[in-house]
Design a protein around this ligand. Structure first.
Ligand code: 5AD
Ligand code: SF4
Length: 477
């Protein structure tokens, strides 16, 4: 999807590359045959995919039915990402394709949602004349009204960023889900101001969602047969919610514990953690509950302290190493993955080597690697020159990817012969005779079907074959 990232899928955490831009309502029945139909595509991070489920819920409430066939829809929505330039280019290309449908079926409305809508605001309507609606991440409740206005020929924009909106009581329409794992958004926005990042501008100030609404959503998922929840936020470790009645303050460790207690049968994952905020209390909470997965996505961004300072990450390489050591000390079999940016402004070859070395030292099971893409309006765009030539950025990126592949292979080798508790997610891509599922460490394992086990079941799988990317095994009980 993103050319700047030739081998690794994009963004915060395991969204497979194939999922980027995936039509949301794949293989799902239309819920309201009489109503108008909408079609939605999502790009970017898991948060965006989760937001599309909220959008779907809001539209379904107002009588729209989802469809996976773009040509038969009355409303085409694209939930966009601004994180790198390539992501935006891809969206513009899709909008050209939507134009054709608008010409063939006049009256079809096109709406741009999410981060690009927020970043470009009314400029979008000027640049992309055939777009009918521009709706930012905090304005989705306004969609039915904006659609009605657009039907009357009036183009609509709402890019108001809220300090309160968490869509707390909206139950997402989980039509794209595998029925086993679901996302729960626990907070919105970001107050971190990393110098490379556009998110604080597109998603606004950080705010945490009501604890009880999160627990209610997890319980609802459990009642609907789900076995895994992933708690989502740009920076989950700074989750903080005050109970208005008791004045008790709930932090992320408290929240994790409360969600883990919903059912020991339901796995809990979370993303993304920030190295400056992840506390020992959180790590101990993960260790204390079998159903909180031993996996932390802890983006380092760079292995060099000077670059980290320029990135405004507010920690240095030693701090990061100390956090990693604490994680391995408290949870010895914990898996850690990372995001790394290659070729940030002024990065030297030696500083780049420190990023490569960090992959090895920290034993990341996976890294999401990107080369630096300057984003308009960010601190880095204003303060530093984007001075590393593209060729050099790409070469550095490849060196990180190569190191990660080596480290992943070494780690996977250690899995040979080990037996893991795996939650079955569905058929493997290659064969209907095989299932795929993940262990607590978030590693995907493929294995032959046996007995009457089905998606949503836990099975013990012994690993007997590995590559740098996959584990294969067999059910042993
Ligand atoms: N250029 C390249 N990568 C970026 N990321 C965020 N902003 C940029 C940018 N301007 C990466 C970071 C972040 C991940 C979601 O995307 O590594 O953790
Ligand atoms: Fe998600 Fe917005 Fe970031 Fe893209 S820019 S990854 S949509 S938060």
């Amino acid at each position: 999807m993103y050319d700047n990232n030739p081998t690794i899928p994009d963004l915060n955490k395991p969204l497979e590359e194939s999922k980027q831009g995936e039509v949301f309502f794949k293989d799902q029945p239309v819920v309201n045959e009489d109503g108008k139909k909408f079609y939605i595509e999502s790009y970017g991070c898991q948060m965006n995919f989760s937001d599309s489920e909220i959008v779907a819920s809001i539209l379904a409430e107002s009588g729209f039915a989802p469809t996976r066939i773009m040509e038969e829809s009355d409303l085409i929505l694209i939930n966009t990402c601004s994180i790198r330039e390539k992501a935006e280019q891809r969206v513009r290309q899709r909008l050209r394709e939507f134009d054709k449908i608008k010409k063939e079926k006049p009256g079809t409305l096109v709406g741009v949602l999410g981060c690009m809508a927020e970043r470009l605001k009314t400029k979008f309507l000027e640049e992309e004349k055939l777009v009918d609606m521009v709706v930012g991440p905090d304005a989705y409740r306004d969609l039915p009204k904006l659609v009605a206005e657009a039907e009357g020929g009036q183009k609509g924009v709402n890019v108001f960023l809220s300090r309160e909106e968490t869509y707390a009581e909206i139950s997402p329409l989980r039509l794209s889900s595998n029925g086993v794992s679901g996302f729960i958004s626990i907070m919105r926005g970001c107050d971190n101001m990393c110098s490379f990042c556009v998110v604080p501008y597109t998603r606004g100030r950080e705010r945490s969602r009501n604890l009880f609404s999160i627990i209610a959503e997890a319980t609802e998922l459990l009642e609907n047969g789900f076995k895994e929840v992933t708690l989502l936020g740009q920076n989950v470790d700074s989750y903080k919610w005050e109970n208005p009645e008791t004045k008790e303050v709930v932090n992320f460790a408290n929240l994790l514990e409360a969600v883990a207690k919903v059912s020991p049968e339901m796995r809990v994952r979370f993303s993304t953690s920030h190295p400056k905020d992840i506390t020992d209390e959180v790590i101990h909470t993960i260790a204390a509950y079998e159903n909180i997965c031993n996996y932390i996505h802890l983006p380092v961004q760079s292995g060099n302290s000077r670059v980290l300072k320029l990135m405004n990450r507010t920690y240095d390489a030693d701090w990061y190493r100390e956090r990693v050591e604490s994680i391995y000390r408290i949870i010895p079999d914990c898996a850690i993955s990372s995001d790394i940016i290659a070729g940030f402004c002024t990065e030297t070859e030696e500083e780049h080597r420190e990023s490569v070395e960090m992959v090895k030292w920290a034993k990341f099971t996976y890294s999401y690697t990107f080369y630096y893409s300057e984003r308009p309006g960010t601190l880095a765009a204003r303060k530093y020159e984007d001075d590393i030539p593209l060729k050099v950025k790409k070469r550095r990126l490849q060196e990180i990817v190569d190191m990660q592949r080596e480290v992943s292979y070494e780690q996977n080798q250690k899995d040979l012969g080990k037996t893991y508790k795996v939650l079955i997610e569905g058929n493997s891509k290659k064969s209907k005779d095989q299932f795929k599922g993940r262990n607590s460490q978030n590693k995907m394992i493929v294995f032959s079907k046996k007995g009457d086990c089905k998606p949503g079941d836990y099975v013990m799988v012994k690993v007997n074959e590995i590559t740098s990317a996959t584990l294969k095994g067999e059910i042993v009980s």
